[in-house]
Ligand binder design. Structure first.
Ligand SMILES: [Zn+2]
Length: 191
């Protein structure tokens, strides 16, 4: 079942995710629901905070995007079909050598809001899969960007925090409007 998506400026988006300790059915159900939610909204990534849970779990499926970069998963280069959708549990990102690049990012927690974000082009992410098995993914281009965007979410960091002042300022009015709408819809609920 897909989840509802938490929008800016819900405080849950600012919570740092707790590490996953049990690789059980509940975790599999969470990841499955997140993948469904991501697909329902045509996203390429989703973090647990975006469905209201502060856990170190993110899902990625780069296939709907035009990704022409490279990757190494545990030292090999399996077809994307073999490891997408990808669930990252307890991930940690390390920036590798390479140039930064600018790209106009969006986020499912910020409907209709997009803006340029500069990020490193190449990263290494160490993570566990749903069985708790450790993996290392080295990637660049849009996949590296997606990994960084999602792992930021797991630490309570949002893409607007990564924008330069001018880009951020241009979105100010839209962000205030979204925050007000989010607050108004939360006011109608008791929880
Ligand atoms: Zn996002």
């Amino acid at each position: 079942m897909p989840f509802g998506i938490v929008h800016y400026n819900d405080s849950r988006l600012r919570q740092k995710g707790a590490p996953v300790e049990r690789f059980d059915d509940a975790l599999r159900q969470l990841a499955g629901g997140m993948i469904e939610t991501m697909r329902a909204h045509n996203g390429i990534g989703l973090a647990a905070q975006q469905v209201g849970l502060a856990r170190q779990v993110a899902v990625i499926d780069i296939r709907p995007a035009r990704f022409e970069g490279d990757w190494r998963l545990d030292g090999a280069r399996p077809p994307l079909e073999l490891f997408m959708p990808l669930t990252l549990v307890n991930p940690s990102v390390q920036i590798l050598d390479g140039d930064d690049f600018i790209y106009e990012e969006g986020c499912l927690s910020f409907p209709d809001i997009r803006g340029d974000v500069t990020r490193p082009d190449r990263v290494r992410v160490d993570y566990r899969d749903l069985d708790g098995t450790p993996h290392t993914l080295i990637c660049d281009d849009l996949l590296a960007r997606c990994v960084q965007h999602e792992v930021d979410h797991l630490n309570g960091v949002l893409f607007i925090d990564r924008m330069d002042k001018k880009t951020r300022r241009a979105l100010d009015r839209a962000l205030k409007g979204l925050a007000a709408a989010t607050k108004a819809s939360a006011g109608g609920k008791t929880a």
